[in-house]
Design a binder for this molecule. Structure first.
Ligand SMILES: [Zn+2]
Length: 241
């Protein structure tokens, strides 16, 4: 064992000794920074680029590391990626609207789903959030239209029926032309409470009420399910009650 271990009178590590060894240049600055580099982190990019990284890092699913990678990619592919992305962000941010029929967000009102004549207007799928609508519609298994509640009933959070688009849903059903209402709530306690409440509110209307099969994981949120599970749950939907 090295007898100096842990009690070395000189704090310099071998690497620091190497770093200090070059002769200083005539201006006295030396070729290599005389201060230990490990305590000083020079900025890698300008504050503008750093601000861009920070904005991206705040997005869901991204962190500082992926944000930095994304920014590096955008800078490298300025014409083919950065410019088109900027144009898309600008367009969507300027035109973003909530569909007055279903509550989806889109760049048109009515949204692309409500305005699509090929969709089956006799089937209506009720979801909690826009993210659930998107997740379900990505499976391409539901040919009908949607209704977004804007949340779920929650005694804990004080979310009451009048806080959700429930009256609007009842009005759509009351207007007629709908045969089936799929209650596609999340498989959480609050989601199921909401489904029961909706079933009560829609009682007496000539519609078939169904809900997603409970192959859904308990506590599972639609947005996080893989498409296969979601497709299966939709296919095996069953009557409410
Ligand atoms: Zn719509």
């Amino acid at each position: 064992m090295d007898y100096r271990e842990g009690t070395a009178p000189h704090p310099a590590t071998p690497s620091e000794q190497v770093r200090k060894s070059p002769q200083p240049s005539p201006d006295g600055r030396g070729d290599i920074a005389p201060t230990p580099a490990r305590h000083y982190h020079p900025p890698m990019a300008s504050t503008e680029i750093e601000a861009l990284v920070q904005q991206l890092a705040r997005l869901p699913g991204l962190g500082p590391r992926s944000a930095r990678r994304a920014v590096l990619h955008l800078m490298k592919k300025r014409e083919s990626a950065f410019v088109p992305l900027l144009a898309a962000l600008q367009t969507v941010s300027e035109r973003l609207v909530t569909c007055t029929i279903c509550g989806n967000v889109d760049t048109h009102d009515p949204c692309a789903i409500c305005a699509d004549p090929r969709r089956d207007a006799r089937s209506l799928c009720v979801v909690e959030e826009v993210s659930d609508l998107w997740a379900l519609d990505k499976s391409r298994l539901f040919p009908g239209k949607y209704h977004v509640l804007g949340g779920r009933l929650s005694a804990l959070e004080g979310i009451r029926p009048q806080d959700l688009a429930i009256d609007a849903l009842v009005a759509r059903v009351a207007a007629g032309g709908i045969d089936e209402v799929v209650l596609a709530m999340n498989a959480t306690l609050e989601g199921q409470t909401t489904a029961h409440y909706l079933a009560e509110r829609l009682e007496g209307y000539p519609v078939r009420l169904t809900q997603l099969a409970h192959g859904l994981p308990v506590g599972g949120e639609l947005d996080y399910l893989d498409e296969g599970t979601l497709a299966q749950a939709l296919r095996a939907r069953r009557p409410v009650g």
